[in-house]
Design a protein around this ligand. Structure first.
Ligand code: PAF
Length: 290
């Protein structure tokens, strides 16, 4: 089983030892409560780098005052076992005061890209994410960091952060891992009661229906957004937070669909907020023949 390291000095020492053995370093930042999605990131890191560090830290600065920080699942021993099976070499699991000592004053924020989608519903969330992720990058000093496409906006912001602040590291974004019915894997799925769990597949089904409609030729973003909204409104127990049809790079609406388009949903079932998305490559519209 991989060692659990709680101090900055300890993980730097482990990474330094690996580097002296000539190994490259992969980093998988997580908040724990690991599922098959996280483990796919660990396996990608295992396949591509010589020494794999998973971090497990439930980051208080990315939770709003009425969010689930206190009840977020914490299961370090189970996670350690899972990390071992996925080929992780070391786990960095710091305590909150290690990451945020009493004299902590600095936050980083990726402007504009963090304003819409989840950023609009969760003020301050991405400021907390980008700050902790930059700290983890600085602490571990990896060659490549692995993130999941499920948190598409998060991954997009982290790519921007790395570019803008010249962080010497590659960002790899790995595909969404789904349950057998299509629900995207999430540590928050365990909050759902059996009825909510049954209906939660509506997110993926709505996204797939929207994708099919685009593939059949629809290029009006509002028509696609309307379809997503209706599908969620028709789902028992589902409360729509947002449905977005945006350019995947700028995360901004498009007048007509073309290029790489992000279809994204955030939906609440009771107190549980789920997100999901699909990327669609949209061919340019054919101009009518004169
Ligand atoms: O995606 C997550 O689990 C978190 O937002 C991350 C990247 C580990 C930062 O706390």
């Amino acid at each position: 089983m991989p060692p659990v390291v709680a101090t900055v000095e300890g993980i730097r020492q482990a990474v330094g030892d690996a580097r002296r053995r000539g190994l490259t370093v992969g980093l998988v930042p997580t908040m724990g409560a690991l599922h098959a999605g996280h483990l796919s990131l660990c396996r990608a890191a295992r396949a591509e780098t010589g020494f794999v560090v998973a971090t497990i830290f439930v980051n208080p600065t990315q939770f709003g005052p009425n969010e689930d920080f206190a009840r977020y699942p914490r299961q370090l021993e189970i996670d350690r076992e899972l990390c071992g099976q996925a080929g992780v070499d070391a786990i960095f699991a710091p305590a909150v005061p290690t990451m945020y000592p009493a004299n902590f004053h600095t936050f980083v924020e990726v402007l504009d890209l963090s304003a819409g989608l989840c950023g609009a519903s969760r003020p301050g969330h991405f400021r907390g994410v980008t700050t902790v992720v930059l700290k983890l990058f600085n602490i571990v000093g990896a060659d490549t960091a692995y993130f999941g496409q499920k948190d598409f906006q998060q991954a997009r912001l982290i790519r921007q952060l790395v570019h803008d602040l010249n962080v010497p590291l590659q960002v790899q974004i790995c595909p969404i891992v789904r349950e057998s019915d299509g629900l995207a894997m999430s540590s928050r799925n365990q909050y759902l009661d059996p009825t909510q769990r049954r209906h939660a597949v509506a997110l993926y089904q709505a996204l797939q229906a929207a994708q099919r409609t685009i593939e059949e030729g629809e290029r009006d973003p509002e028509a696609i957004r309307g379809l997503l909204v209706r599908r969620i409104e028709d789902t028992p127990g589902a409360i729509l937070d947002y449905a977005a049809v945006v350019d995947a790079d700028r995360l901004q609406p498009l007048p007509r669909l073309h290029g790489e388009v992000l279809l994204a949903l955030a939906v609440k079932f009771g107190a549980t907020r789920l997100i999901d998305n699909i990327l669609v490559q949209v061919r340019a519209e054919q101009r009518p023949m004169k």
